[in-house]
Design a protein around this ligand. Structure first.
Ligand SMILES: [Zn+2]
Length: 188
């Protein structure tokens, strides 16, 4: 049985109204709604506090969905003497980074810092020797001082924070390979 014509017209109008409401809702949502704070703490970072701030600025400029600021202790920055730099990610945007003072004498400390923070932001290592890739880490050699994530790496971080992708939010320890510290003993 066909529905009365008036009902069909009303249904069409209702659907149109809902669509319009939906569009208004989407349009009125500010773009900043997706931005998530990553609160880092440099109180234990010693001589590397300034590098942490620089790295935060680099990540903030490279991404759209995160805002790194000293607003808490979700991400602690530590340093140590020997044993290698590493990152411990408890979940996306949460964990801690340890910078090896000796490694930072051989490799760019800012590149190490930005790389290790990259792990906290969801990225894995990509030891392909390409200096343009931040997550290539020490594989690019001691002469590589590039502290900037590639456009692809930045986009990947944005996608993780947009979707909270499971693989990026799992707890993981990244014991980094910055291979040069064969001579670390000599620096002590
Ligand atoms: Zn790494």
């Amino acid at each position: 049985m066909r529905p009365p014509k008036v009902s069909r017209i009303l249904a069409t109008l209702a659907a149109a109204a809902l669509t319009a409401l939906g569009a208004v809702t989407v349009d009125s949502a500010p773009a900043s709604a997706a931005i998530r704070n990553v609160c880092y703490n440099t109180s234990q970072a010693g001589p590397f506090a300034g590098y942490a701030n620089q790295a935060a600025t680099i990540w903030n400029n490279a991404t759209n969905n995160i805002n790194m600021a000293q607003c808490g202790s979700n991400l602690m920055i530590y340093y140590t003497y020997g044993g290698g730099s590493y990152a411990v990610r408890n979940s996306l945007g949460n964990g801690y980074v340890v910078i090896d003072y000796y490694q930072a004498q051989q490799y760019s400390p800012l590149r190490i810092m930005t790389h290790e923070i990259g792990h906290i932001l969801g990225l894995a290592d990509n030891y392909n020797g390409n200096c343009a890739i931040l997550m290539s880490g020490g594989s690019a050699g001691t002469s590589c001082t590039n502290p900037y994530p590639s456009a692809g790496e930045a986009a990947t971080v944005d996608s993780y924070f947009r979707s909270a992708l499971r693989s990026a939010t799992t707890a993981q320890v990244f014991t980094d390979s910055w291979p040069a510290p064969a001579t670390a003993g000599a620096l002590r």
